[in-house]
Design a protein around this ligand. Structure first.
Ligand code: ZN
Length: 152
């Protein structure tokens, strides 16, 4: 396993649309393992492959001590609205208030190509949606309704 560098806002790779994973091979497993190691090193709730410069539809979410590895995730249902505070490992110096759906259902594949369906709500749903936005080149900063400058 190896820790990877996290790209920062301004890097054009963060703005590209990622490609679907077609082959569930050792290379994919290595990417996911590296992303997990990187997330654990820097701390955070999630990380998407484009943030480490790989334009594949892969992201990880760690929430309530549970790790979710999402390959080719698709939002299949969403309802409600809520506004909360978000930050991003690729965005330095500020956070923002972003409106997102309150409840979602996401379908995705795990690293072995097995399909899963996950329901989520509140901040848990928010983390999924934030990471999935990265796969389409979207950052929270594009959607925020209020910018919150970090003091430190
Ligand atoms: Zn992010």
């Amino acid at each position: 396993m190896a820790k990877r560098n996290i790209l920062k806002m301004g890097d054009p790779l963060l703005r590209k649309k990622s490609r679907a994973v077609e082959i569930y091979d050792e290379k994919l497993h290595q990417l996911i393992d590296d992303m997990v190691e990187t997330l654990h090193h820097v701390g955070g709730l999630g990380l998407a492959a484009p943030q480490v410069g790989v334009l594949k539809r892969v992201c990880i979410v760690e929430y309530d001590d549970k790790l979710y590895e999402l390959v080719n995730p698709v939002l299949v249902k969403s309802s409600g609205k809520c506004v909360d505070n978000e930050g991003c490992l690729s965005v330095v110096g500020f956070r923002g208030l972003v409106e997102r759906p309150e409840k979602i259902v996401v379908e995705y594949f795990d690293r072995n190509g097995t399909k899963h369906t996950q329901q989520a709500e509140g901040y848990f749903a928010r983390v999924f949606l934030h990471e999935m936005d990265h796969l389409d080149g979207v950052l929270f900063a594009d959607k925020m309704i209020k910018k919150i400058i970090d003091d430190d």
